[in-house]
Design a protein around this ligand. Structure first.
Ligand SMILES: [Zn+2]
Length: 373
């Protein structure tokens, strides 16, 4: 089968179209012919060879994808050939203590799709039966592949961990990132007041369109807590949604009101943060970590997405021909490019995709889709 193969770690040029053996399903495995592969930031970390994601080269990366079930193993349950499915991008064993109590995101052998085993940048993917989820006939593969990793993570953070309640106020920093857009949409669906902070003035309108009640543009991400306190009449927010790290952490803490909860899933700007403990105890604050999400949470989220209650933006956004240095390469590699107002670029690579496939350095979740059928 064709796949975008990582032959060695490094820059985007290390990822090339190639041939790898088509896997066959055994036991409870399912072979899915992928229609669309979604791209996430974790792909870049795998490509660069971060120690957290050791892979055996050559490797096929990619966590998100959707397509049609081609074949099933003899013990596979709940899925049949021809089913339209989305890939659930978290792999868990189903039998360890964490899995048995529904905390399968902390499974002893948990892994993100495409970080150890081969992922979705290919014509086919082999997954356990519990990692496919049916999508409705009228729901597009592009949308199905756009939401899992980012929206699942944001869902687990806001609802599973921080227990965001209706009418509460939530602060989302780094608001143009994929996981942050997901948080804004989930916050809106939850009927919370969403305050968003971004360093990109040209993305403020878009962030508002996604559902943020108010957007603050701040160079360098410093000093936004004063804005938050003003926007909340001095009370601060109930929940701070963090994924950035030291660049925003102190201001996020200062933005919290009494009994506020900070939840984080990432450390994009670094792993070490500074914290004034006086905020923590004097305001009864709580800190939560979050990793991906649980199977049950995926089911809850997917039902809302398929129902249109949470509507991920079109798969394939890229800043447009001028803003995206990789655009011409992508264009050369694609059989069809749909350019919506120069804001959204949907790339349909097709099985004839032969040129090298690059992932832009600044790419966020769901930004570009490769289509294989
Ligand atoms: Zn387990």
């Amino acid at each position: 089968m064709k796949a975008a193969v990582l032959y060695e770690h490094g820059g985007p040029d290390k990822l090339q179209m190639g041939e790898v053996p088509t896997p066959q399903p055994h036991k409870n495995e399912v072979l899915v012919r992928l229609a669309v592969a979604g791209i996430n930031h974790v792909d870049i970390w795998v490509r660069k060879g971060l120690p957290a994601y050791p892979v055996t080269l050559p490797h096929v990366m990619g966590a998100d994808g959707a397509g049609v079930v081609e074949a099933v193993g003899p013990e596979a349950e709940g899925v049949t050939e021809g089913d339209r499915v989305v890939i659930i991008p978290g792999l868990s064993c189903g039998s360890c203590a964490y899995c048995l109590r529904g905390q399968d995101n902390q499974c002893d052998t948990f892994e993100i799709m495409g970080t150890k085993r081969h992922g979705t940048y290919a014509e086919y993917i082999l997954v356990p039966d519990q990692n496919v989820f049916s999508i409705p006939d009228n729901f597009s593969f592009e949308k199905a592949a756009a939401f899992p990793l980012a929206y699942w993570t944001a869902w687990h953070m806001l609802l599973g961990r921080a227990k965001l309640a209706p009418k509460e106020k939530v602060l989302v920093v780094g608001a143009s990132a994929g996981v942050a857009i997901a948080a804004i949409q989930i916050g809106k669906w939850r009927d919370a007041k969403v305050l968003a902070v971004t360093t990109s003035p040209n993305k403020a309108d878009k962030i508002k369109k996604m559902g943020a009640n108010e957007v603050f543009v701040q160079e360098g991400g410093k000093g936004f807590s004063k804005w938050v306190l003003k926007a909340t009449s001095g009370s601060g927010v109930d929940v701070a949604f963090e994924h950035v790290g030291p660049a925003t952490w102190e201001e996020s803490v200062k933005s919290l009101g009494r009994y506020g909860r900070l939840v984080t899933c990432g450390a994009t700007s670094g792993p070490d943060v500074k914290m004034d403990l006086r905020y923590l105890f004097s305001r009864d604050l709580a800190l939560f970590g979050a990793k991906m999400g649980t199977q049950k949470e995926f089911q809850e989220l997917a039902a809302l997405v398929f129902d249109g209650k949470i509507d991920p933006p079109p798969q394939g956004k890229c800043p447009g021909p001028q803003g995206c240095p990789e655009y011409e390469k992508w264009k050369a590699a694609a059989t069809k490019v749909i350019d919506l107002d120069h804001d959204v670029v949907l790339l349909r690579g097709g099985a004839r995709l032969e040129a090298e496939v690059d992932v832009p350095e600044d790419l966020e979740a769901g930004q570009v889709g490769l289509q294989f059928i």
